[in-house]
Design a protein around this ligand. Structure first.
Ligand code: HEM
Length: 504
C-alpha cells in the first residue's frame, strides 16, 4: 500500500515537474500545435510561444503519448548533451520508417548507442581525424577547382554544380576511384541514397514513427504504401553499401586497389568477418549521408549570402587579393592569412545552421534538469537556429556581421559561453565525426569561389536588383536555400588558365 502511494506521488511529482509546453490532448497529444518536424522555422515559433525561447528554453510536448523536448538554449544543450552526455546519445527508435524499415539504423547516424556505434565511430576516425584530414588537402583543393571549372563552363546552372564535386571527393576518399568519376555508378546511387535519408531521417516525419504498431501492417494493405516504399528504398540502400564495397574488395584481391578508407580497412582487417564487412560498408555510407549535402548546403548558402551582401564580398575578395595576389587560387595553407574569409564562414554557420534542428537524440534514463523532470525515452530536438541567434550571446543577432568573429572587433564576444560553439556540427557523443574535413572543404570552396568569381543578384536595365532579398530554404533535416537567381561572373580572363595549373 505504502509502495503504491509512494509510486503515485512520485508519478505526480514528475508529471507536474515536466518542462513547460502546450497542454496535450488525450491520446493525440499536441498534434495540432506541433509543426511538421522538418519545418524548422515553425519549430522556432513553437519554442518562442511556449518556452519564451531565451528565458525558459525547454519546451515539452507529446505526440500520441510519445514525449519530446525542444531545446533552444546553448546552456541547456551543453548541460544535457555534454555534461550528461551518456544519457543523451541514443537515436534508437527515433525514426521507425528511416531506421527500422528502410534500414538506416545500420548507419552511424541513426544507430542505437552501444559498442557497435563506438566501434563504427573509431573506424571513421581512422580517416577523419585532423592529421589524416590534413593529408587530404590536395584532394580538397582539386575538388574546389573542379567546382570552379563547372561554374566557369555553365554559370547559369550554378545551383546544380554544388554537389557533384563534393560527392566525387568523398567517393575518392572512401573508394579511391580516379577522377573523372562520371562512370562510377555509385555516385548517382549515393545521391539517391542521400535523398532517401533526408526524407526519412527526421524523427516523427511518418505516421509510423509515432505509431510504431503500424509497421506490422502487411505490404498489400491499402494504407500501407509506406511499407512498399520502404522495401524499395531498402533495396537501393543495400545495393549502394555492399555494391561499392565489393568493387574495392575485388581490387584489393587483384592487388590494384589504391589507398582509400575502404581498401585500407579491408587490408588491415583481412580475413573479414561478416561483422567487419558490415562495419566497413555502413561507415563508408556515413561519408555520403553525413558529408555531401551538409557541405553542399553550406557552399550554396554562402553564394546566397554573397549575392545579398556585396560589401562583405568586396571585403573578402580584397583580403584574398592583398594576401595572395591574383595569379593563383587560395589553398588551405593560406587560411591563417584569410581571417575575414574564415569569419564569413563562421558567421554563415551561425546565421544559417545547416542542420537547424540537429539530429534528434533520445534520453536513455530519467533525468532532472534545473527542477524539470526529463523522462526516459524523451526525444530531444535541438533548436540550433534559435541558439545561434541568442541576443544574450550575439549582438545584433539577425544581421550578417562576419567581423564579430574577428578577435579585434568590439562585437566579438569570444568570452561568452557558446559564442564560438561548434554546434553547427552537433553536440556531445554524437558530434559530427567529419567536422574537420567538412570545415576545410567548405573553407576552400568559398575562398576559391570569392577569389575567382563575382557573385551578384541579377540586375535589370536600370541597374536595380531584379530579385527580392528573401532568404528562403527548403525544409528538411539539412536545409538548402531554395534555387534562386544570381549572376556568377569570372573576375579574370585568366581563370581558365589558373584552373589548368591547379591540376583539375
Ligand atoms: C559542413 C559540413 C558538415 C556539417 C554542417 C555537419 C553536421 C552534422 C551534424 C549537425 C550532425 C549531427 C550531430 C549530433 O547528433 O549532435 C552530424 C553527424 C554526422 N556527420 Fe556531419 N556534418 C558535416 C560534414 C560531414 C562530413 C564531411 C562527414 C563525413 C565525411 C560527416 C559525417 C557525419 C556522420 C557519420 C554523422 C553521424 C554521427 C553519429 O551519429 O554518431 N559530416 N553532422
Amino acid at each position: 500500500m505504502l509502495h503504491t502511494v509512494f509510486r503515485w506521488r512520485q508519478h505526480r511529482q514528475r508529471r507536474t515537474s515536466l518542462p513547460p509546453g502546450p497542454r496535450p490532448l488525450f491520446v493525440l497529444g499536441n498534434i495540432f500545435q506541433v509543426p511538421d518536424p522538418r519545418n524548422w522555422m515553425a519549430c522556432q515559433i513553437l519554442a518562442k510561444a511556449f518556452g519564451t525561447s531565451f528565458t525558459r528554453p525547454i519546451v515539452y510536448y507529446e505526440l500520441f503519448g510519445k514525449p519530446a523536448i525542444l531545446i533552444s538554449s546553448h546552456e541547456v544543450a551543453t548541460e544535457l548533451l555534454e555534461h550528461h552526455g551518456d544519457n543523451y546519445a541514443d537515436r534508437s527508435n527515433n525514426t521507425v520508417m528511416g531506421g527500422e524499415l528502410v534500414g538506416w539504423d545500420r548507419s552511424v547516424g541513426l544507430q542505437a548507442v552501444g559498442p557497435r556505434h563506438t566501434r563504427y565511430r573509431k573506424l571513421l576516425n581512422t580517416m577523419l581525424n585532423p592529421t589524416e584530414v590534413r593529408k587530404l588537402q590536395p584532394l580538397q583543393e582539386r575538388c574546389a577547382a573542379r567546382l570552379l571549372l563547372r561554374l566557369l563552363k555553365d554559370p547559369e546552372h550554378w545551383y546544380m554544380h554544388m554537389r557533384p564535386s563534393i560527392s566525387e571527393a568523398l567517393v575518392h576518399i572512401c573508394y579511391s576511384q580516379d577522377f573523372p568519376l562520371e562512370e562510377f555508378p555509385y555516385i548517382a546511387m549515393a545521391e539517391r541514397a542521400w535523398w532517401i535519408f533526408n526524407n526519412v531521417a527526421t524523427a516523427n516525419s511518418f505516421a509510423v514513427d509515432y505509431l510504431p504498431i503500424l509497421k506490422h501492417l502487411p505490404e498489400w494493405f491499402p494504407s500501407a504504401g509506406f511499407k512498399r516504399q520502404a522495401l524499395l528504398w531498402r533495396g537501393e540502400l543495400d545495393e549502394l553499401g555492399y555494391g561499392s564495397f565489393k568493387i574495392v574488395k575485388e581490387h584489393v584481391r587483384k592487388g590494384i586497389a589504391k589507398h582509400s578508407y575502404v581498401s585500407s580497412l579491408i587490408k588491415a582487417r583481412s580475413p573479414l568477418s561478416q561483422d567487419d564487412e558490415d562495419a566497413i560498408c555502413w561507415t563508408a555510407i556515413g561519408f555520403f549521408t553525413g558529408g555531401v549535402d551538409t557541405t553542399a548546403a553550406a557552399v550554396t548558402t554562402f553564394i546566397m549570402i554573397m549575392s545579398r551582401y556585396p560589401d562583405v564580398q568586396c571585403r573578402a575578395y580584397d583580403e584574398i587579393r592583398d594576401a595572395i595576389g591574383t595569379d593563383r587560387l587560395p589553398t588551405l595553407d593560406d587560411r591563417p592569412r584569410l581571417p575575414y574569409v574564415t569569419a564569413c564562414m563562421l558567421e554563415m554557420f551561425r546565421m544559417f545552421p545547416i542542420v537547424p534542428l540537429g539530429v534528434s537524440k533520445r534520453a536513455s534514463n530519467n533525468d532532472w534538469y534545473d527542477g524539470h523532470f526529463i523522462p526516459a525515452e524523451v526525444l530531444l530536438i535541438l533548436g540550433h537556429r534559435a541558439m545561434s541567434r541568442d541576443p544574450n550571446i550575439y549582438e545584433d543577432e539577425d544581421t550578417f556581421k562576419p567581423e564579430r568573429f574577428l578577435a579585434c572587433h568590439p562585437s566579438c564576444n569570444a568570452d561568452k559561453p557558446g559564442f564560438r560553439s561548434t554546434r553547427v556540427f552537433g553536440h556531445g557523443r554524437r558530434i559530427c565525426p567529419g567536422r574537420h574535413l567538412g570545415e576545410l572543404m567548405v573553407f576552400i570552396q568559398i575562398a576559391t569561389i570569392v577569389a575567382a568569381f563575382c557573385i551578384s543578384a541579377p540586375r535589370n536595365s536600370d541597374g536595380k536588383n531584379t530579385v527580392d532579398y528573401k532568404f528562403d530554404f527548403v525544409d528538411g533535416l539539412i536545409v538548402f536555400p531554395k534555387p534562386f537567381e544570381c549572376a556568377i561572373t569570372p573576375r579574370s580572363k585568366n581563370l581558365a588558365v589558373l584552373l589548368e595549373h591547379s591540376d583539375v
